[in-house]
Design a protein around this ligand. Structure first.
Ligand code: 13P
Ligand code: SF4
Length: 354
């Protein structure tokens, strides 16, 4: 829906008043009404790098979800303030791994005698606590655009990987990109004693996958892929690696949100695409590329927004920008010093990946 012209004008005025003091980052899943005010848009990796590259901005307004704002705080200097326009913009996947559960898992791995061989690799979509755990135990962070390189790095440091918290990204990268087999992967369920695994299973596994997933991407099924191929015979199926393994295995192309955009930019006129990712992005791409004769449809028949990404709307953005312009620091995301030190170690290992 078109944005309220009054709010658009207020956002514009507040941003102008703040000038170089504010830098607005927008994840690709954000609403159009918000994206229009982003100084830079990107996937999780690009936004983390861009946040770190803005030392002159006093305020970083992060239009995305909580873990992204935390990462931006970790990667920026102490006098830069990161603001999340709605504090309720969390991520259900990130919430699936708590610090207590992960500490308990490490005890289970220690008990089974495998902890020394294990390198943790945590998806960006995790809390700062989990990133700190990762840094403390010699591991790295990854995003959907560098998961393969992160895993290659990890397997140079140790024999096994504990992959947190998205089992699908972990499995898809190991099996689809690195040639491991499904049998090399086991799933650690934090709600079961010992993760639901025996010591022998842990000893035999190469990839120990945390039982987490994205509720948005989890909705795409093999049926959605088969249906769209039937409806549009020459369609290309392009999905995000947070989708389930059978969906990724049946797709033609797999990659991060930034990869999805680049692939469609390079696609020839007349080509047809079914996209398996969040709906704000798919709609924006469908509108953008329709004039070039590229037909873009959503992979599933039912709509599928990320409800927490959608919490950042124009009224929240206006409120945050106007508050900052009036000198009121609102909704600051600040990671405590000790957590930050270890989490930064893990994030810097990611930024240094070849
Ligand atoms: P990317 O933008 O890194 O592909 O991540 C998708 C996502 O789910 C962010 O929450
Ligand atoms: Fe989390 Fe999924 Fe939303 Fe991304 S799309 S923020 S992984 S719930």
């Amino acid at each position: 829906s078109p944005s309220d012209p009054d709010l658009v004008e207020r956002a514009r005025a507040a941003k102008e008043k703040l000038g170089d003091k504010v830098f607005v980052l927008g994840h690709h899943y954000q609403r159009d009404e918000v994206i229009q005010f982003a100084d830079v848009t990107g996937d999780s990796f690009k936004l983390a790098r861009d946040a770190a590259a803005r030392p002159e901005a006093e305020y970083i307004v992060f239009c995305g979800v909580h873990f992204m704002a935390e990462s931006a705080d970790i990667l920026t200097s102490d006098d830069q303030k990161v603001v999340l326009p709605d504090l309720a913009a969390g991520c259900s996947m990130a919430d699936m791994a708590t610090a207590e559960q992960v500490a308990e898992c490490w005890d289970v791995l220690t008990e089974a005698g495998v902890a020394e061989q294990v390198v943790p690799v945590s998806y960006m979509n995790s809390s700062a606590d989990i990133k700190a755990f990762t840094g403390k135990h010699g591991g790295t962070i990854c995003t959907s655009s560098n998961a393969e390189r992160a895993l290659e790095w990890a397997f140079r440091q140790g024999e096994k990987v504990l992959f947190l918290p998205d089992q699908h990204l972990g499995r898809n990268t190991a099996v689809r990109d690195m040639g491991m087999s499904l049998e090399d992967c086991v799933v650690y369920n934090p709600h079961k004693p010992n993760g639901g695994l025996t010591a022998d299973e842990l000893r035999a596994a190469k990839m120990i996958l945390w039982r987490g997933h994205c509720s948005v991407h989890g909705r795409f099924s093999l049926d959605s892929v088969n249906d769209v191929r039937e409806r549009i015979p020459d369609v290309n199926v392009l999905v995000h690696p947070e989708c389930r393994h059978e969906v990724v295995a049946a797709a033609d192309y797999v990659g991060s949100t930034e990869y999805i955009i680049k692939t469609l930019e390079a696609a020839p006129a007349g080509s047809k695409w079914a996209i398996g990712t969040e709906l704000n992005l798919v709609r924006r791409l469908a509108n953008r590329f329709a004039p070039e004769g590229k037909e873009i449809v959503f992979l599933d028949k039912t709509v599928c927004f990320c409800s927490t990404m959608n919490r950042i709307d124009l009224p929240h953005l206006v409120w945050a920008l106007e508050s900052l312009a009036e000198g009121n620091l609102v909704n600051r995301i600040e990671v405590d010093e000790e957590t930050e030190a270890f989490a930064k170690l893990a994030l810097e290992r990611m930024l240094a990946l070849p």
